[in-house]
Design a protein around this ligand. Structure first.
Ligand code: NAG
Ligand code: NAG
Ligand code: NAG
Ligand code: NAG
Ligand code: NAG
Ligand code: NAG
Ligand code: NAG
Ligand code: NAG
Length: 338
């Protein structure tokens, strides 16, 4: 169709069209000069150069098989395509502004010299910086679950993808590729995961995913205390858990309630404090702190003891020292006798 219209209007052009697929031939004169591939970034301007000489009678630029320019006449309707005018008479170059990926492909500068058509082919290569287009959302899982994270990136050339686990003591490389699978996740594997995508066209595109790993409580410390009658006694309990622990306190089998019987329970994050404001003889004994969350519970026991207990300990230590002392005295006396 185009071909027949073309024959009526520009017979010479059809010759060019037919020859445009053929590689540039190096005849007597070496124009049009062959050109390397032209590589531009998406959005930039591509300059396609064609150098002819004064003997040239007809010239044209083609995008695949469609004519962009025939001589100085513009055939293309695309406003991004312009012919450069402020150039030497022997130069026949075009500019493509705001290049996009669909512009990639072969462009041909066709020249008719002494009724011999020649063409030089330029391959326009369009590069696109790597960009992450989809990444897993932040998730919360229970310890022991299998977790898969996905990161999808586009770009030209095809970007590479790297996964890392961001840790306080440095980043840990995990793997290359869109997916990572973590089987039977542990609480140490919670935290921030980073997907980095690059094709060396521009700075890497980096996004992160947060994994929260739920686990049942474990008691980190349980501190008993000694307090005299009438004084204040403070018992402390610390537990690690995600979601954060709730605390309950027991005296033997009896649940202790905040604000009742001169007792205060103060919970702050991982820690719980039991305050007995006015210690009496009957308060001495064994207390149990229970830490719970949605995944389970655990407990630890500790003592509130009186000054008597402290004296007992000192007395035990004293008697121990005394016996060692006595042993030495006896031994020395024995040695002296020898
Ligand atoms: C030009 O690009 C084409 C297609 O990408 C490729 O096949 C060819 O090898 C490249 N030529 C040069 C000289 O880089
Ligand atoms: C070429 O010349 C025309 C008219 O003289 C002008 O409108 C156009 O902007 C020029 N193109 C370039 C790329 O300079
Ligand atoms: C080149 O041809 C392709 C395919 O027809 C088209 O998508 C693209 O817009 C054209 N580019 C230019 C600069 O003419
Ligand atoms: C992103 O990935 C998720 C899971 O693989 C999928 O359900 C969603 O449709 C994707 N979104 C886009 C915009 O591709
Ligand atoms: C997790 O993956 C392992 C294999 O990697 C499989 O044996 C196990 O059943 C999976 N667990 C769950 C909860 O899907
Ligand atoms: C502490 O308790 C004792 C006996 O129960 C009571 O006599 C005393 O007044 C109390 N002290 C304070 C400061 O409440
Ligand atoms: C305190 O109570 C707990 C639970 O009732 C028990 O396991 C533990 O042995 C007790 N400790 C002492 C020192 O009596
Ligand atoms: C403390 O833990 C033990 C063992 O897991 C359990 O038998 C006991 O009932 C718990 N005590 C309380 C007060 O929850």
């Amino acid at each position: 169709m185009l071909g027949s219209v073309c024959f009526l209007i520009f017979p010479w052009m059809c010759a060019l069209l037919m020859f445009s697929g053929a590689p540039a031939r190096s005849a007597e004169s070496s124009f049009p000069k062959p050109m390397d591939n032209v590589t531009v970034r998406q959005g930039d301007t591509a300059l396609l150069k064609c150098i002819t000489d004064k003997k040239v009678s007809r010239v044209a630029w083609l995008n695949r098989t469609s004519i962009l320019f025939a001589g100085r006449e513009k055939w293309s309707l695309d406003p991004r395509v312009v012919l450069l005018n402020d150039t030497a008479i022997t130069e026949y170059s075009i500019q493509i502004r705001n290049v996009d990926v669909h512009d990639e492909g072969p462009y041909v500068c066709s020249v008719l010299t002494n009724k011999k058509p020649k063409s030089s082919k330029v391959h326009l290569v369009v590069q696109v910086p790597a960009r992450i287009v989809n990444i897993s959302t932040d998730i919360t899982v229970n310890e022991g679950s299998n977790v898969t994270l996905t990161c999808v990136a586009i770009g030209r050339p095809e970007p590479s993808i790297t996964w890392r686990h961001l840790l306080k003591r440095g980043n840990k490389f995990l793997s290359e590729g869109e997916h990572i699978e973590i089987s039977a996740i542990s609480k140490e594997q919670s935290g921030v995961y980073q997907c980095s995508s690059t094709n060396d066209i521009s700075a890497p595109d980096v996004r992160t995913v947060h994994i929260t790993v739920n686990y049942p409580p474990s008691i980190l410390s349980a501190k008993g205390t000694g307090a005299a009658v009438g004084q204040k006694g403070v018992l402390q309990c610390e537990a690690s858990a995600v979601p954060g622990p709730d605390f309950h306190w027991y005296r033997e089998d009896r649940r202790l309630i905040n604000g009742i019987n001169g007792i205060k329970i103060e919970n702050k994050g991982k820690q719980s404090m039991l305050v007995v404001f006015n210690v009496s003889e009957s308060d001495y004994g064994n207390y149990t702190c229970v830490a719970t969350n949605t995944l389970g519970n655990t407990n630890a026991s500790m003592m509130l003891y009186g000054p008597g207990a402290i004296h007992d300990v000192s007395r035990a230590q004293l008697s121990q020292h005394f016996s060692i002392c006595l042993l030495w005295t006896v031994t020395l006396q024995y040695l002296v006798k020898l």
